[in-house]
Design a protein around this ligand. Structure first.
Ligand code: 4AD
Ligand code: MG
Length: 431
């Protein structure tokens, strides 16, 4: 007999198969037991009939608790009432472990309870759907980059210096070398990689000691940084747009069922697969002020500003040409105004906020050096980074995507904590 996955059931109608998995739900009535069975790939209703199972096995099955692990044999057939769905006529049930009093039930649980039981909560159908979307987004990003000549170039997590300023650094003692820090972004290392490979990306965990307790912040999250030689500001944004639109298409293509489980409005996602808007930071502030906001021209955008800005826009919006004071030291000055930098933030629609930060990089040794002095950075620690501007400097650009921010948007999830298996936030490190 063949072991199969529930997701392959349609290929095996009418022949006896074996399924291995868990009891999502169970009820019995008279001579029948109905099990909602799941195996990680999908779920199916399994119907056991007492005369088929025999007295002893039937009684044992009746006592199965939610999330018990079992092996079923049976014959798949089309669902009696629901078109396009299947059912299993159970021939035998082997109990691997009978789970009693599974703590998560159908009733409403508070977020603290669910987060403390995250190791179990991930089995729930919505969490399953989000984690599957995360998987799809991850591979869609890699696929697009691979198809566009980017090489994977892994950057270190333990670093001697900061990429994104010193206010959100996790610090640790590193043997006799003094302080080390957990990486906030692999960007600076990626910039070395382009001089070897041309176009590179990394994808891994990064860390921010963010005091922000919002629905968009984690202290550990996954970032994909990409960097490309001879790519300037406009092309940098074009690459980001191509990548995000590829991800949207892949999620719609591969995660239809998952989006249904999450009740995600797919039309909103489809509508976002169209040319993105662009505006300067100056234009964004003017627009926000025209809508009643009191934000001033020197300010970064908060969550409320981002939501107001994208309200009514089906597509994401690039905000570029930021005041240099509120952006990182490495961004290149705009040619028309030395107080602005060629940085861009990509803001997702529907209030999901910033999903990408990117920029053209300052490639002139003296200009970069003076910016670093202004920021009072320890030049010795960054000599290697400055070297890149001495030995074959070229115009180049890159960007970083927060994986969980993108998954939050794709899946339509309210809080970012549900988009990573084990979220790390200021008030939570368990489990
Ligand atoms: O805008 P950020 O800070 O940009 C960088 O780190 C650049 N060095 C990237 C680069 O150019 N290679 O971060 C990039 C993205 C943000 O747009 C956001 O999606 C995500 O990382 N992000 C966070 N996601 C979750 N929790 C946090 N605390 C985040 N901080 C940033
Ligand atoms: Mg940013």
């Amino acid at each position: 007999m063949q072991d199969i996955l529930v997701s392959d059931i349609a290929k095996h109608l009418g022949t006896e198969v074996r399924l291995k998995g868990w009891v999502r739900n169970i009820r019995h009535s008279g001579k029948l037991i109905f099990i909602i069975f799941r195996d990680g790939s999908a779920e199916i209703q399994a119907v056991a009939f007492k005369p088929e199972l025999g007295e002893e096995s039937f009684e044992e099955a009746k006592r199965l608790g939610i999330e018990s692990s079992i092996i079923l044999t049976g014959i798949p057939k089309e669902h009696q009432k629901k078109a396009g769905e299947y059912e299993l006529d159970v021939k035998s049930i082997k109990v691997i472990q009978n789970a009693e009093d599974y703590p998560i039930s159908k009733k409403e649980h508070g977020p603290d309870f669910l987060l403390s039981n995250r190791h179990l909560w991930i089995r729930s159908s919505k969490q399953w759907a989000i984690l599957r979307i995360r998987h799809t987004v991850y591979f869609a990003i890699c696929e697009y980059l691979n198809d566009n000549d980017f090489f994977r170039f892994d950057s270190p997590i333990l670093t001697p210096n900061a990429c994104e300023g010193t206010t959100t650094l996790f610090e640790l003692d590193y043997f006799d070398e003094g302080k080390a820090y957990l990486s906030q972004s692999g960007q600076l290392y990626l910039e070395t990689g382009i001089m070897s490979l041309g176009r590179v990306y990394d994808f891994g965990p990064v860390f921010r000691a963010e005091r922000s307790k919002t629905r968009k912040h984690l202290t550990e999250f996954w970032m994909m940084d990409a960097e490309a030689a001879f790519v300037e500001h406009d092309e940098n944004m074009a690459i980001q747009e191509g990548l995000i639109r590829h991800v949207i298409r892949k999620v719609l293509e591969k995660c239809d069922k998952e989006l249904d489980i999450l009740e995600r409005d797919k039309d909103r996602l489809k509508a976002a697969d169209a040319p993105f808007k662009r505006m300067s930071h100056h234009e964004a502030i003017e627009y926000l002020r025209s809508k009643g906001s009191e934000i001033d021209h020197g300010s970064d955008l908060g969550a409320a500003d981002e939501a107001l800005l994208t309200e009514g826009s089906p597509v994401p919006i690039f905000i570029d040409r930021w005041p240099k004071e509120i952006k990182a030291f490495y961004m290149k000055r705009a040619p028309e105004n030395e107080n602005l930098v060629l940085g861009s933030d990509l803001i997702a629609p529907e209030g999901f906020g910033e999903i990408i930060g990117g920029s053209q990089r300052e490639d002139d040794y003296e200009l970069l050096l003076s910016r670093m002095k202004e920021e009072k950075m320890d030049l010795e620690e960054y000599q290697w980074f400055l070297d890149l501007r001495k030995y074959g400097s070229v115009p180049h650009s890159g960007f970083g995507i927060g994986l969980e921010r993108l998954v939050t948007w794709m899946s339509g999830t309210h809080h970012i904590r549900e988009t990573i298996p084990f979220p790390r936030m200021i008030y939570r490190i368990y489990p």
